[in-house]
Design a protein around this ligand. Structure first.
Ligand code: SF4
Ligand code: SF4
Ligand code: SF4
Length: 353
């Protein structure tokens, strides 16, 4: 099956879901469902690896990685656990995360995370009717057990969403003084956005996103460049060769450039949603998200709602180095489950199939 015939679910961070939402809005795309993860921040792969040397931790010996109650818990192959305060890891957080306001993937169809939920459950935010049908049917067919969130739990999630925005607001204002204020400028209309985009190309992307530390390394620019001029290494996108005159694709679809009115993510809480609940997987997948995402993908594949899931796995020969792939193989999906805490260009996978 060619990629254009596939029906793909993307499972990713809020920033990458933002790119997927832009692509879905304007282009013919195999992306059919966006499952967004809650995300407070993400680490630079190389800086984090370097930092762990302080604890004599070899990246390749990490078996499990989890963030909870202000600490990172790192379980090694010998089952020993090292606890690192998150405050200490601030220096290895990616620069772009300091100007990010979206905790709960406001542009996803379904958002999933552990904040607010009891042990073995995940918090699930349902943002549109199609997503509601999917979750209702999956519960009915016994894929999940559901439980409502209490007002207190919803309050925790709202409070953390507001905290993320509040903490980063000053950085955003500073960022917009140093570059074209594309990131959170909402005063201009969709028509003005269109005309700004029509005047912009890779040079503008480089000056206003990449070189000022706003790139989220999503890979949308690389995926959409019609002449394959963009290459993403571990740190940032680079261009090789001359752009065609009439192309604006990379600038237009970058999640850190102008965003249409209906895809704004600058509201004060968790964004628009129809329903919020907690779910527990009725399968026995042992993963960081309690198996909810893995079970959701299984339901979507079983019912032909999607044909492939775009998941982020880690390299066998380079542990915790994430890379994205498309798959319908449940063994691979189970193997890739859980957060990686480091980003990778997910859209690359759409171009590789
Ligand atoms: S920019 Fe950073 S904090 Fe924001 S969603 Fe992406 S990875 Fe998470
Ligand atoms: S050809 Fe288009 S998408 Fe490719 S780098 Fe140039 S402006 Fe960007
Ligand atoms: S510059 Fe490219 S890789 Fe970076 S955020 Fe924008 S689209 Fe994604």
């Amino acid at each position: 099956m060619s990629i254009s015939d596939e029906k793909v679910a993307i499972i990713s961070t809020p920033c990458q879901i933002q790119a997927a939402a832009k692509i879905q809005k304007f282009l013919d795309t195999p992306i059919k469902l966006k499952i967004g993860l809650f995300c407070m921040e993400n680490f630079s792969y190389s800086y984090f690896k370097e930092h762990l040397k302080k604890y004599n931790i070899d990246y390749d010996s990490i078996k499990k990685f989890r963030i909870e109650k202000g600490h990172a818990f790192i379980t090694l192959d010998d089952d020993s656990i090292t606890k690192i305060p998150l405050g200490e890891l601030k220096s290895v957080v990616r620069k772009n995360c300091h100007i990010c306001m979206d905790l709960t993937s406001q542009n996803a169809d379904i958002s999933v995370g552990s904040i607010g939920s009891d042990d073995n459950y995940s918090t699930v935010i349902i943002r549109n009717l199609d997503a509601q049908h999917i979750i209702d049917d999956a519960i009915k067919q016994n894929y999940f057990t559901s439980k409502p969130l209490t007002q207190k739990q919803i309050g925790i999630l709202n409070k953390l969403s507001q905290k993320k925005k509040h903490d980063n607001q000053e950085n955003i204002e500073d960022h917009e003084l140093r570059s074209k204020p594309v990131l959170y400028t909402r005063e201009i209309s969709d028509n003005e956005i269109l005309s700004q985009n029509m005047e912009s190309n890779f040079t503008d992307l480089k000056d206003n996103v990449i070189d000022v530390g706003a790139c989220v390394l999503c890979g949308a620019c690389e995926y959409l460049c019609p002449d394959n001029l963009i290459i993403i290494d571990d740190t940032k996108p680079r261009k090789q060769g001359k752009c065609r005159d009439d192309c604006h694709m990379c600038f237009t679809f970058c999640p850190r450039t102008y965003t249409p009115e209906d895809l704004k993510v600058d509201c004060d809480d968790m964004g628009n949603y129809l329903n919020i609940m907690t779910l527990k997987s009725n399968d026995n997948y042992i993963t960081q998200d309690g198996g909810v995402i893995t079970t959701l993908i299984k339901y979507l594949l079983d019912h032909d709602i999607i044909t492939k899931a775009m998941v982020v796995d880690k390299k066998d020969d380079n542990a915790w180095k994430p890379y994205a792939k498309l798959t319908d193989d449940m063994d691979e999906i189970i193997k890739s489950a859980g957060s990686k805490y480091s980003v990778c260009p997910v859209f690359k996978a759409l171009g590789e199939d």
